[in-house]
Design a protein around this ligand. Structure first.
Ligand code: 4NP
Length: 151
């Protein structure tokens, strides 16, 4: 069992998409029992909220339902509870490194490690930004599954 957590700022735009897309891929690969998947935000403004409607819409367009997810903030316990914590951008990775207890076992890294690396924050843009973000995250999740399934 590998536990994976996706982290962005608000846990309403990018990381819910990553959670939904990765879960979808895992299910289709018949690997549901091998993974635990979650997402969270480094900020707490949207605690308890559904994903942004624009993220829900773009996921629905590709056959993925993320509407039942609820936002939460990263906790110190997460650094003990997850094997891998994947940040959507360098700012959130820096925040995670500051929050992480020094001896916590979780591996912290960027979700996408090849340039341009950061999944852009689509919150203040239009729907087309969510389409772009969806595609970036979809590709990132394919790479991640390939990487983790070989381990
Ligand atoms: P996310 O997007 O980090 O991908 O969930 C954001 C959502 C909300 C805000 C910023 C980014 N905000 O400033 O409220």
């Amino acid at each position: 069992m590998t536990s994976v957590m996706f982290v962005c700022l608000g846990n309403i735009c990018r990381s819910p998409l990553a959670e939904g897309i990765f879960r979808h891929k895992i299910r289709h690969a018949g690997l549901t029992s091998r993974f635990r998947i979650d997402s969270a935000g480094t900020g707490n403004w949207h605690h308890g909220k559904s994903p942004d409607p624009r993220s829900i819409d773009v996921a629905t367009k590709y056959g993925i339902d993320i509407a039942t997810q609820r936002a939460r903030q990263v906790t110190r316990g997460d650094f003990n509870a997850f094997d891998i914590i994947l940040a959507m951008d360098a700012d959130n990775l820096a925040t995670l490194r500051r929050l992480a207890p020094p001896t916590a076992p979780a591996r912290l890294r960027l979700f996408i490690e090849t340039p341009p690396q950061d999944v852009p924050d689509p919150y203040y843009g239009g729907a087309e930004g969510f389409e772009t973000v969806y595609r970036i995250i979809e590709e990132g999740c394919s790479g991640l599954l390939h990487e983790l399934h070989r381990v």
